[in-house]
Design a protein around this ligand. Structure first.
Ligand code: RB5
Length: 149
């Protein structure tokens, strides 16, 4: 199950990626927003990130104007490694090296065709493990050493 979340700026690109997921028969849950009305990205980024962090969804994709606000929001949730990407190389490496479990896209940065390629390659890429596992574990340790106050 893939968690989706957007604000108003990211929603048009989210709808494009929903079409892609449906074409490929991939299951998703859209945690909103479901309107073009201006809203606050942390609301929807948090809900989708928590669904990934607690295991209801395996991965998640977030959308806002730049992808930046959504990625910062998601990375506040323990267990989330969210990469904001605007090209395929970083998207694939975010999976193979960083084991990113969420991807953030900027609807004002990437067009629909590029976004479809990024999502396709990000979903297909696997984590390499090995020396990269140790580094992911080091990131996780930061969360455990610095719990929320
Ligand atoms: C909304 O105008 C915009 O700030 C938001 O979508 C996002 O780009 C924030 O990072």
């Amino acid at each position: 199950m893939i968690a989706l979340g957007s604000d108003h700026a990211g929603r048009p690109l989210k709808l494009e990626i929903i079409r892609l997921l449906e074409e490929r028969g991939l299951a998703y849950t859209d945690f909103g927003t479901d309107s073009e009305k201006s809203c606050d990205y942390p609301v929807y980024g948090r809900i989708a990130a928590e669904a990934v962090a607690d295991g209801r969804c395996e991965r998640g994709i977030l959308f806002c104007g730049t992808g930046i606000g959504m990625s910062i929001t998601a990375n506040k949730v323990p267990g989330i490694r969210c990469a904001v990407c605007s090209e395929c190389f970083s998207a694939v490496l975010s999976r193979s090296h960083n084991d990113a479990n969420m991807l953030a896209l900027g609807a004002r940065v990437v067009g629909p065709g590029l976004a479809r390629m990024i999502v396709t390659q990000w979903l297909e890429a696997g984590f390499e493990g090995g020396r990269h596992q140790q580094r992911v574990d080091m990131m996780t340790a930061i969360e455990k050493e610095r719990p929320a106050l």
